[in-house]
Design a protein around this ligand. Structure first.
Ligand code: ZN
Length: 403
């Protein structure tokens, strides 16, 4: 049985809410202070600039309201493109490229371009796969450096262009004004974001940014061993090695290194996959619980996923319908399922609750989704799980008919 008595997370939702409220109150007070100090000055400046370029000031303000987010999107795009260049130079394959709503991913049937809601707390992301493990540490470091370098380089170019090619010399024609200030804003934003990404920070969303990854690689401690081991296992799996055939030394390396970070959560998740494929229920239970205990360190998408795994284990391995429903509800509380998420977990719980037709529908959808997965090793294992559930649904249907 899973140990459901363990606390779910160190902080309750009420504590989280209080922390958030405190943060927003502080930010609000700070902004109010700055606003009070600068509003008249800023507004006068805006009016003066509108006069110079012969535009009504509301129109000029609207222009800035468009230029700022557009500059930000462009610099995020360039940051991720920098990672892509780094990846291609260091023998990594690109699995997906995300910038705001744009999501380009590699599927079994080819590349797929979609527009969908961006991940919480993340403007862009590139997912990669190491084609081999030679010099993995230095190759991964170069890939990571690619993103911030792209921002620093394009930012410096934009500032150079703003000062040298389109210098400030009133009276401005409107196009000159627009070009000068857009280059200036884009340039400074790029330099600031590129520098921030080189700092060893962890985002509130649970994602680790480039600087923190780089620090791990430079320090050469437990976090580095965990990162590199996770990259190796992901690579093995995508190349067709199912979890039970993974190199046990790599799994052990993941578990024996403790970084007191989200990487410990991922380490137990990989161990859960390994022992799940070895049909070792005790080890499955142990590592799933360990990953669940640390899930608050991970991004919400992973929290939702690991809670779905707990629901599946409770439904199909420990046959505890109540707990299966509990974990599925917890998964949806963390992040409501989209039509593509949690399909197999929902099928398993529906079966446990005797909703056979619903279980069948979810299972069919999960199979279609699995067919598009590039992770061949995990796909083989997942297909077996689905076959087992299919048999259970058919058996339950026969019993229902005969009754
Ligand atoms: Zn980056």
């Amino acid at each position: 049985m899973l140990d459901f008595s363990k606390p779910d997370a160190p902080r309750t939702p009420e504590q989280e809410k209080r922390r958030s409220l405190f943060f927003w109150i502080l930010l609000g007070l700070e902004l109010a202070y700055l606003f009070r100090q600068n509003i008249s000055n800023g507004f006068e400046q805006l009016q003066m600039q509108a006069l110079r370029v012969n535009l009504p000031w509301p129109l000029l303000m609207l222009g800035w309201a468009l230029v700022l987010p557009a500059s930000y999107l462009l610099l995020v795009f360039l940051h991720e493109a920098g990672h892509v260049v780094g990846a291609l130079l260091t023998r990594f394959q690109i699995l997906s490229f995300n910038v705001s709503r744009l999501h380009i991913s590699r599927r079994a049937s080819g590349w797929q371009v979609r527009f969908r809601k961006p991940k919480k707390g993340l403007s862009g992301m590139v997912q990669v796969l190491a084609s081999d493990s030679r010099n993995l540490r230095s190759r991964y470091a170069l890939l990571l450096v690619g993103g911030p370098s792209a921002n620093l380089l394009t930012g410096a170019l934009a500032l150079y262009a703003a000062y040298m090619w389109v210098p400030y010399s009133p009276p401005f024609p409107f196009t000159g004004y627009l070009l000068h200030y857009t280059l200036l804003v884009f340039g400074w934003m790029s330099v600031v974001i590129g520098t921030l990404n080189l700092l060893p920070l962890k985002l509130k969303s649970g994602h680790i940014i480039d600087g923190k990854h780089l620090l791990h690689l430079m320090q050469g401690g437990p976090a580095m061993h965990q990162q590199l081991a996770a990259l190796q296992l992901s690579s093995l799996s995508h190349n067709g090695t199912r979890p039970r055939d993974w190199n046990a030394t790599i799994v052990e390396k993941l578990l024996s290194n403790h970084s007191n970070s989200v990487l410990d959560c991922y380490a137990h998740y990989y161990a859960y996959c390994y022992y799940h494929d070895c049909n070792d229920l005790e080890a499955i239970r142990l590592h799933l619980n360990e990953a669940l205990d640390r899930r608050h360190l991970a991004p919400v998408a992973f929290q939702q996923y690991i809670l779905g795994e707990a629901a599946y284990v409770a439904a199909l391995h420990t046959y505890d319908t109540e707990q299966a429903r509990h974990w599925l509800n917890r998964a949806q509380e963390v992040k409501p399922y989209s039509k593509e998420e949690g399909l197999f977990a929902r099928a398993a719980v529906a079966w446990a609750e005797g909703q056979l037709s619903e279980a069948s529908t979810w299972l069919q959808a999960a199979r279609q989704q699995l067919a598009e997965s590039l992770d061949v090793g995990t796909r083989t294992q997942a297909a077996e799980r689905m076959d087992e559930l299919q048999v259970k649904i058919e058996q339950a249907s026969l019993v229902a008919v005969s009754v």
